[in-house]
Design a protein around this ligand. Sequence first.
Ligand SMILES: NC(=O)c1ccc[n+]([C@@H]2O[C@H](COP(=O)([O-])OP(=O)(O)OC[C@H]3O[C@@H](n4cnc5c(N)ncnc54)[C@H](O)[C@@H]3O)[C@@H](O)[C@H]2O)c1
Length: 435
Amino acid sequence: MFAELLQNIREKKITVGIVGLGYVGLPLAREFLKAGFPVLGFDVDGAKVELLARGDSYLKHVDGDFIGRYVSNGKFQTTSDPERLREADAILICVPTPLGKHREPDLSYVLGSTREISNVLRKGQVIVLESTTYPGTTGEEMLPILEEAGLKVGEDFFLGYSPEREDPGNKNFSTGTIPKVVSGITEKCLEVVKTLYDQVVETVPVSSVEVAESTKILENTYRAVNIALVNELKVVFGRMGIDIWEVIQAAKTKPFGFQAFYPGPGLGGHCIPIDPFYLTWKAREYGIHTRFIELAGEINTHIPYYVVEKTTTALNERGLSMKGAHILVLGVAYKPDIDDYRESPAFTIMDLLEQAGAVVEYHDPYIPKLRKTRKYAFRKASKPLTPEGLRQVHCAIIVTDHANIDYDLVLRSVPVVVDTRNVLSDITQEGIVKA
Ligand SMILES: NC(=O)c1ccc[n+]([C@@H]2O[C@H](COP(=O)([O-])OP(=O)(O)OC[C@H]3O[C@@H](n4cnc5c(N)ncnc54)[C@H](O)[C@@H]3O)[C@@H](O)[C@H]2O)c1
């Protein structure tokens, strides 16, 4: 059975099931479709399933025509029926891993999907977790649930972990060109998982699922800590009248030993602000504090407050008060040129501004309307950028440096522009404030 499975994978005779068709799952489905595998997409969100079944896409960076082509030729099917997971030979789990109310890992999506798979598990199936999580999740949490089906891992079915490295909006890399770390519970599991991903991407095998889980946490913690460092230096140098952006530009010319990270309005996205705290939680089990992670979290969480303080001072210097000021937030996505606003610092900034009595609107070319998030419930729609509309605005805050915002128009019309992304670095004009 083992040799036959490997051969079927190489000959693309297996169906790949993807559980969770979001920012990670959908691009992954596209890679397996491109490589010639039939793909069965499973999501609990019926609206997404229907939209895809009509041959459409809801992600800016996944082409609707591509989806349409593979739906028409029957290679891409989508469903909300967990029973159908039985049809898939390989099942890749890409469901959310958020934090709970007390910043503890919320594994309910991962464990919920694992239970659904366990209900239909059959001999010869390969299960891989892609969601970011703490070391121990695959072996300690998922494996016992799957073995309830009465099958043996490494013999009857195969289990592994392969962290996603998706970077939406990155023009240089996409799912198919980013090497992928692969691992398995047993040696045979690793061989199957590696063979599967070898069909679509360059793989990097590691010795255990715990190493693979920890690799992803290291990658994200590395970013969180380095972003916190430049955010802290931004505040320190700013007080001294030194421009952090120019400092980084100069430091970057060192050909070794320095990698540039950039400050901003605070951390955002589904990964960097969240994932390191999965490790913090797990480390407590071993009586260890993750001090770097906590410190980085503290600094990065403070940055939206710093941006609002700088805005208040800038208004004050022009004889304006925050109370009653009309403020336009430019960009609410967590990074440029994408339509994802999960955990975006824009929300904290808007909340703080409103608490201080400002009238807050936003403009984001990719996000026409704000939906409720875990923490905030803003009922706002993107305000079009027009000379008339901008005339009422006392201050604009650039939170996201989308390339297609008409910054010249903003500068011509708005007296105070707070720039958290250094987009206006080449312009010297009264009223521009870096924050
Ligand atoms: N977005 C990124 O850039 C990125 C990058 C690397 C890693 N990750 C990690 O990948 C995982 C998924 O993130 P995402 O951004 O794709 O999330 P997402 O919210 O975009 O997508 C998750 C999907 O899973 C579905 N879902 C939830 N519970 C389900 C269940 N029980 N069965 C089937 N479907 C279910 C949701 O409806 C949603 O469509 C997370 O662990 C995240 O940390 C994300």
